[in-house]
Design a protein around this ligand. Structure first.
Ligand code: KG4
Ligand code: ZN
Length: 331
C-alpha cells in the first residue's frame, strides 16, 4: 500500500510517501525559517508559506519516491490539532486531489501521527506500551492498548515543554526555535548550577506543569546583571534543560512501571533533545526497552502522517469531503 502523507499543522510544510505503513520512500520537510526573526510562529505567514510551497513539496516527495500521484493507494493529512489556517491548506489540498482523481484519504490526528513515527524505524515496537508525545503544544502521556486505541494518562496543565524551551530561549536572548538553541548553549553547562523546580513529581499523577519553571527562571534572572547572565549562560541553560528533561523522564518511567509494560516510546519535537534521550537511557530499568525515532522523524513530518493514515486506510477507514480542520482536536 502506497500512501502520501501531508503535514501543514504548524511551521513545517512536509510531504512523505510511505510503503505498507512502515517503509519511508521519501520525506520532504520544509522548516519555515521566516518565524525566527519574529521569535515565534506567525500563523498568517505560516499558512501563506504552506500555500505557496505545498504543491512543490508534494511533487518532490513523489519524485524522490519515484511514483506518480496516480500510483497512490491513499493519502493522509493532518486535520488537527494545530493552527487552523495552516491545517486548512493541507486538508484542502488533499481533498481537492481526492475529489479530482478519486484517491481515498484519511484525516490524521497529529498526535497519533507522532505516535506512529516510531513504527517507521522500530518495527519491534508492539502494544501495549506507554508513549510520551513532547512537542511545542503537548506533553501527553498515553497507554497504547493497541494501535488506534489510546488512553490519555496525563498532559500539561499549562505550557508544553517545547513552549517552555521557546519562552526561556527568548528570555535568554537565544532566539527561536528555543529547543535547539538551548540545547546547543547547554553543551558545556553545569546541569546542577541552579536547582530549578520539577513540578508535580508525585508518583500517581501523570500531569505536567512547566509554567512555574518558566517563572522560576524569570525570577532567577531578574536581579542578575547582563555580565553575570553572559558569563553563566551555559550553566543557566543547562540547569533549565535538566529540569524539563528530568520531569519528563521521571513521570514517563513512573507510568511504564505502574502499567507494567516492557516497552516505551517517545516522540515529538522535544524528543530531538540529546539530553532527554540520554536521561531516558540512563534512568530506565533493565527490563524496559525505549524507542525514540531519529531527530528528523521526531519533528513534524509527512512520513509519520502517512504511516498513521496507512494503518487506518488499511482497516477500511476513510474520510470524506465533510471533514473540517479542528485546531484543538484531542486524542
Ligand atoms: O513536534 P514539533 O515539531 O511541533 C509541534 O507539534 O509542536 O515540536 C516543536 C517543538 C518546539 O517548541 C521546539 O523548540 C522543540 O520542539 N524542539 C526541541 C528541540 N528541537 C525542537 N526542544 C528541545 N530540544 C531540542 N533539540
Ligand atoms: Zn508535532
Amino acid at each position: 500500500m502506497l500512501v502520501l502523507g501531508v503535514e501543514t499543522s504548524c511551521d513545517e510544510t512536509s510531504a512523505g510517501v510511505v510503503k505498507d505503513g512502515r517503509e519511508i520512500l521519501s520525506n520532504v520537510i520544509l522548516s519555515q525559517e521566516i518565524h525566527e526573526k519574529y521569535g515565534g510562529v506567525v500563523p498568517e505567514l505560516a499558512s501563506r508559506i504552506h500555500i505557496t510551497e505545498l504543491v512543490d513539496i508534494v511533487n518532490m516527495a513523489l519524485d524522490r519516491a519515484a511514483f506518480k500521484l496516480d500510483d497512490l493507494d491513499g493519502m493522509a493529512v493532518t486535520y488537527g490539532p494545530g493552527l487552523v489556517g495552516c491545517l486548512l491548506v493541507g486538508l484542502s489540498f488533499v481533498k481537492s486531489v481526492h475529489q479530482s482523481i478519486g484517491i481515498p484519504y484519511y484525516g490524521v490526528n497529529h498526535l497519533e501521527g507522532h505516535i506512529f513515527s516510531n513504527l517507521l524505524e522500530h518495527s519491534e515496537l508492539k502494544t501495549p506500551h506507554i508513549t510520551l508525545v513532547a512537542s511545542g503544544g503537548h506533553s501527553n502521556l498515553y497507554f497504547v492498548e493497541e494501535w488506534g486505541k489510546y488512553r490519555l494518562l496525563g498532559s500539561t496543565r499549562d505550557d508544553a515543554p517545547g513552549e517552555a524551551f521557546d519562552k526561556i530561549s527568548k528570555l535568554l536572548g537565544l532566539g527561536y526555535p528555543g529547543g535547539p538553541a538551548i540545547e546547543k548553549q547547554s553543551v558545556d553547562g553545569k546541569r546542577d548550577f541552579i536547582d530549578f523546580p520539577r513540578a508535580m513529581k508525585d508518583r500517581d499523577n501523570y500531569d505536567f506543569s512547566f509554567s512555574g519553571l518558566k517563572t522560576a527562571v524569570a525570577i532567577y534572572l531578574k536581579d542578575k546583571s547582563p555580565e553575570f547572565i553572559k558569563k553563566y549562560l551555559a550553566d543557566i541553560a543547562a540547569s533549565f534543560q535538566e529540569a524539563v528533561c528530568e520531569i519528563l523522564v521521571i513521570k514517563t518511567l513512573n507510568a511504564a512501571a505502574a502499567f507494567n509494560v516492557s516497552q516505551l516510546s517517545v516522540t515529538g519535537g522535544v524528543a530531538r533533545n540529546q539530553r532527554l534521550r540520554t536521561l531516558f537511557k540512563e534512568r530506565k530499568p533493565d527490563n524496559l526497552e525505549i524507542f525514540i525515532p531519529s531527530p528528523e522523524l521526531c519533528s513534524d513530518n509527512g512520513a509519520m502522517v502517512a504511516a498513521c493514515g496507512s494503518f487506518h486506510l488499511n482497516k477500511g477507514e476513510k474520510s470524506d469531503l465533510s471533514l473540517n480542520a479542528i485546531p484543538y482536536l484531542e486524542l
